[in-house]
Design a protein around this ligand. Structure first.
Ligand code: ADP
Ligand code: ZN
Length: 757
């Protein structure tokens, strides 16, 4: 037999086969490898290995940690090496999560091990061996329980207390010290003076806050929706829903009532929200209604994150709330998944694995055979497409609760008087008048401008040169308080320019509007008003969102100015005016979703208005009043906007009619990027053309990416589009297998890309 084989040039392996083992395991590593590797298990480790544990095994020249994804008694056809050590006492993922991650690796064209590595929090991985720690936990004393004249605090102590109070359920002591940057004596002083109490608690148990707030009487529409959901909630089958509900229609109430039914059956519910730290309110609403809510914040301390993970895995959380990555929460008996604001771009992860949290949620529900509810006032066109074909069941909430009207939206054409303002000014006279009127009448206002800093462009009027980042092909933004020019992508900073770096004339102009500049203008126009700015410059400390929003809720702030942080999910009944300073800011981006995103943002920010007893007014400043994204958002007309936008997408062959895989190639050396991009595009073409029978596919590029340089890398991209998702994947997979990066080039495959930049 051996002879025959070598006759055909298939030489037998020179290394002798190791002695047969009783057990073999398949491991996947944190690398972009599609297939698992097989290893033999030495007898003394047989009792320790299990699927879902990590195992140390030789890979290439040195040992590496792999995840065990399969075990079997049969020896593989080829000789294999033996594993070295079993790292975890218990599996870190269950078989269901293994199945989900395998699908992700396949669909998002990355390594299965890379996905596993990304879904299990680092703290859980690192401490898997250690027993759960009893963390020192700090809980703020309710203000009502403090003496009428509380003891005086130093500035530092006050700062720590303010931070602690943003999280009523308390915080791990070490985390508070880290967030505030203070010493433990500050915390000790707070405890001594009765402002906080220290406890020690094992395994991430939240202090019980639930005071069983009952559901309000549901509106007729909410009742109808719940009745339609009912069979799915009590059944045992996959059932995807789109809940299309205008802003303020009570979607959260529907989620909570649905979750009650699931919890009553002893099962858990998972609620995904765009950014949990931006919506402390959501957390409070759920905590008031359910006994055990576990919130997976991004700013949890490592041991607390580990504790909560374990608590969820033990089935001791009824409701799990978190952002994108919470879709992997290891709840053992999930009965429902909710994705709130499903259209939000933040559900898409922009690094490997580049998954979409909403899509993974739908897949998880499908693997488990449970219902999933995607909710939004402005569903993404992808979700709309699925609903319009009956793949998702559509549920509608067309009215606001208590029959409150949707706010009236006035579109101000900034090209003509009276809205026109001199260059460099942000606020038109009608908007200033409305702000004054609102403050006089004890209302509150939200102002939205999606640009932070002072001036986003620095231009030389003599030679036309603009100030750009040294490492990115992007304009620098002037930040006045910090006195720097800053790159918002890589963080590069440089002192403000005295003269043009190119022609040396001392006439550089700082142009365009950022929130910092608008803040200044507001203070000029509204003397005495309390104005707060909310953007990533002012909100860099964890907990600062909650603090600002709390002050706004308590009406200590009259005007809240901010970037998209203020456009999301906020529910403040006092808001009677919303102003959009530049509706067009994102409209002309080279991205096929620019109109959709603009429409969503405008509709969402307008929806923050008039949620209380007083009706609201929305003022939108724009240079494109006729654009559908602006005009139809002003009429809250999702259906009309979507109809028109869908027609265009179909004509242009864009999602949701066709799928896209975007391939981003980067290298420090421009030629290396060009060469590899050209070869990769060639490999795609070849893979496509050698397919029989012929399938439809478009290949665009290679081209210079819209952001041509980033972090000192030159960037190229290739787009492949097809209505045939399978063919699209096959082409990308084949090209990837035949054309590995070289010469310092790197590749990222982005399936269903969110950003085209
Ligand atoms: P959406 O998520 O659709 O914007 P929310 O769920 O935040 O809406 O509800 C808007 C407001 O209406 C919230 O303050 C909520 O408490 C209140 N609300 C919801 N449902 C009802 C109801 N049936 N009766 C009275 N108030 C309700
Ligand atoms: Zn930069």
């Amino acid at each position: 037999m051996t002879e025959t084989r070598s006759l055909f040039g298939d030489a037998p392996d020179p290394t002798p086969a190791p002695q047969a083992a009783a057990l073999y395991v398949d491991l996947v590593f944190d690398r972009p490898l599609e297939t698992p590797y097989t290893y033999a298990v030495p007898d003394e480790l047989v009792s320790e290995v299990a699927i879902g544990k990590r195992i140390l095994a030789p890979l290439g020249s040195k040992p590496d940690r792999g995840w065990c994804v399969a075990m079997r008694p049969e020896a593989p056809s080829r000789p294999c090496k033996a594993i070295l050590r079993v790292l975890d006492p218990e599996p870190l993922v269950n078989s269901h999560l293994l199945e989900l991650t395998r699908w992700m690796a396949h669909y998002y064209l990355c390594g299965w091990g890379q996905v596993l590595q990304a879904i299990v929090p680092a703290g859980v991985r690192r401490r898997a061996e250690a027993p759960p720690r009893r963390a020192s936990w700090l809980v703020p004393t309710p203000i009502a329980d403090l003496p009428a004249i509380p003891p005086k605090l130093t500035a530092r102590q006050q700062e720590a207390l303010d931070h602690l109070r943003t999280i009523p359920t308390g915080l791990e002591t070490s985390q508070l010290l880290k967030d505030v940057g203070c010493s433990s004596s500050v915390v000790d002083a707070l405890v001594e003076r009765g402002f906080a109490s220290k406890t020690s608690k094992p395994e991430g148990d939240l202090p019980d806050l639930a005071h069983a707030v009952g559901a309000p009487n549901l509106t007729p529409e909410q009742t109808t929706v719940l009745n339609l959901l009912e069979p799915a909630l009590t059944g045992n089958a996959f059932a995807p829903f789109l809940l299309l509900g205008v802003t303020g229609s009570g979607k959260t109430e529907v989620y909570m009532s649905a979750i009650e039914k699931v919890v009553a059956r002893g099962r858990q519910a998972l609620v995904l929200v765009p950014e949990i730290s931006l919506t402390p309110q959501t957390e409070a609403r759920f905590a008031a209604r359910f006994k055990s809510v576990s919130v997976l914040h991004s700013h949890l301390g490592e041991s607390e994150r580990q504790n909560r993970w374990r608590r969820v895995a033990a089935g001791r959380a009824q409701v799990i709330i978190g952002a994108r990555s919470a879709v992997f929460a290891p709840a053992p008996n999930l009965g429902l998944i909710v994705v709130d604001e499903e259209h939000e771009p933040s559900f898409k992860q922009e690094s490997t694995p580049r998954y979409h949290g909403r899509d993974v949620a739908v897949m998880r529900a499908s693997l488990l055979g449970i219902p999933v509810v995607l909710g939004s006032a402005t569903p993404s066109l992808e979700t709309w497409f699925n609903a319009s074909r009956g793949i998702y069941t559509r549920l509608d909430l067309t009215k606001r609760v208590e029959n409150r009207p949707l706010p009236k939206v006035e579109v101000l054409d900034m090209r003509h008087p009276p809205a026109r303002v001199p260059p460099g000014r942000a606020l038109s006279d009608p908007l200033i008048a409305a702000l004054r009127h609102t403050i006089r009448n004890e209302g509150q206002a939200i102002l939205f401008l999606n640009r932070r800093g002072y001036s986003p462009f620095i231009v030389c009027p003599s030679c036309g040169e603009t100030a750009k980042c040294r490492f990115c092909d992007l304009a620098l933004t002037f930040h006045r308080t910090r006195e720097v020019l800053l790159c918002h992508h890589c963080g590069f900073q440089t002192p403000p320019l005295e003269e043009c770096p190119s022609c040396r004339k001392a006439t550089v102009r700082y142009q365009g509007l950022g929130t910092e500049k608008v803040h200044e203008e507001l203070e000029r126009h509204l003397p005495g008003a309390v104005i707060r700015r909310m953007d990533s410059d002012t909100m860099s400390k964890p907990g600062s969102h909650a603090l600002t929003l709390e002050a706004f809720r308590n009406r200590m702030v009259q005007v809240l100015l901010g970037t998209q942080m203020v456009a999301k999910g906020l529910d403040f009944p006092g808001v009677t005016l919303v102003g959009v300073i530049q509706a067009d800011a994102g409209l002309h981006m080279p991205d096929f979703r620019a109109a959709e995103r603009t429409f969503q943002l405008l509709t969402q920010v307008a929806g923050r208005c008039g949620r209380g007893d007083k009706p609201g007014r929305v003022i939108v400043q724009t240079l494109n009043p006729e654009h559908e994204a602006v005009a139809l958002a002003a009429h809250h007309n999702y259906l009309a906007f979507t109809k028109g936008e869908m027609e265009q997408r179909e004509v242009l062959g864009y999602p949701p009619y066709q799928r896209i895989i975007r391939i981003i190639i980067r290298a420090h050396d421009e030629k290396a990027a060009d060469d590899y991009a050209a070869r990769f595009a060639g490999a795609c073409r070849l893979a496509h053309e050698s397919t029989t029978p012929k399938k439809p596919l478009r290949l665009l590029g290679p081209a210079v990416a819209p952001v041509s340089r980033l972090n000192d890398y030159h960037r190229r991209h290739i787009l492949i589009l097809s209505a045939d998702s399978r063919h699209l994947h096959a082409v990308a997979r084949a090209a990837l297998a035949s054309c590995r990066p070289d010469g310092g080039a790197e590749i990222a495959i982005d399936v269903d890309p969110g950003s085209m930049m």
